[in-house]
Ligand binder design. Structure first.
Ligand SMILES: [Zn+2]
Length: 207
């Protein structure tokens, strides 16, 4: 099944399609009318893991409006936020429910406006609560070592504040407890999608 609208592809240039394709979470792109123009393999993986597989694959194809998947009481809210993001060229991030009918799951979603107000790129990250570590000491549900690089540093994006998860090749997690109080041995960098948004010319050159 087609996952990328050919006319949408140039808009993703700074974002590096290889990165988006390898990214562990669900990423999708929409035209300015909110109709799907790109779905990465992570979208299908997420759907499968959340038992939304067949439903999602059948229903969610290019051309479908993402507003169709939002409940009627929230549709106006999301449409307004997406429009503001598009027209002000300002990134919008928030936590949202990405559940299907059977499983409840929350995601941290970052919405990047694409050039010329042509569309949006939506990047989802897992929310990881209760990482055990020096800051802060919380109940353990995740092993902090997966966030350490080989030199013993945590790596946080200076813009979106997500932490690099070294277990997967391309993965950044949202750890609420570490957003403002990150561990001492944290180095700051730019995740690839923030780099693409804030430094598009440099990112496009490297793509
Ligand atoms: Zn970032």
């Amino acid at each position: 099944m087609e996952r990328l609208d050919r006319e949408f592809k140039p808009l993703l240039r700074p974002y590096n399609l290889d990165y988006l394709e390898t990214y562990s979470g669900a990423v999708y792109g929409v035209w300015k009318n909110f109709r799907l123009a790109y779905l990465n393999p992570g979208w299908y993986r997420f759907a499968r893991e959340n038992r939304g597989g067949p439903y999602v694959s059948r229903e969610w194809k290019l051309g479908r409006s993402i507003l169709d998947g939002i409940s009627s009481d929230l549709k106006g809210f999301y449409a307004a936020k997406f429009k503001a993001c598009l027209h002000s060229h300002t990134v919008w991030s928030h936590d949202c429910e990405c559940s299907d009918r059977t499983i409840y799951r929350c995601c941290h979603q970052i919405v990047y406006p694409l050039s010329q107000q042509a569309g949006l790129l939506i990047v989802n990250s897992l929310i990881v609560e209760g990482v055990r570590g020096p800051v802060p000491a919380l109940e353990s549900t995740a092993d902090q070592s997966i966030y350490l690089d080989k030199n013993g540093f945590f790596c946080q994006c200076a813009y979106c504040r997500r932490m690099k998860n070294f277990r997967d090749r391309e993965r950044w997690d949202w750890i609420p407890a570490w957003v403002n109080r990150y561990p001492k041995n944290t180095s700051h960098t730019f995740c690839p999608s923030c780099f693409a948004h804030y430094f598009p010319a440099a990112a496009a050159k490297g793509a």
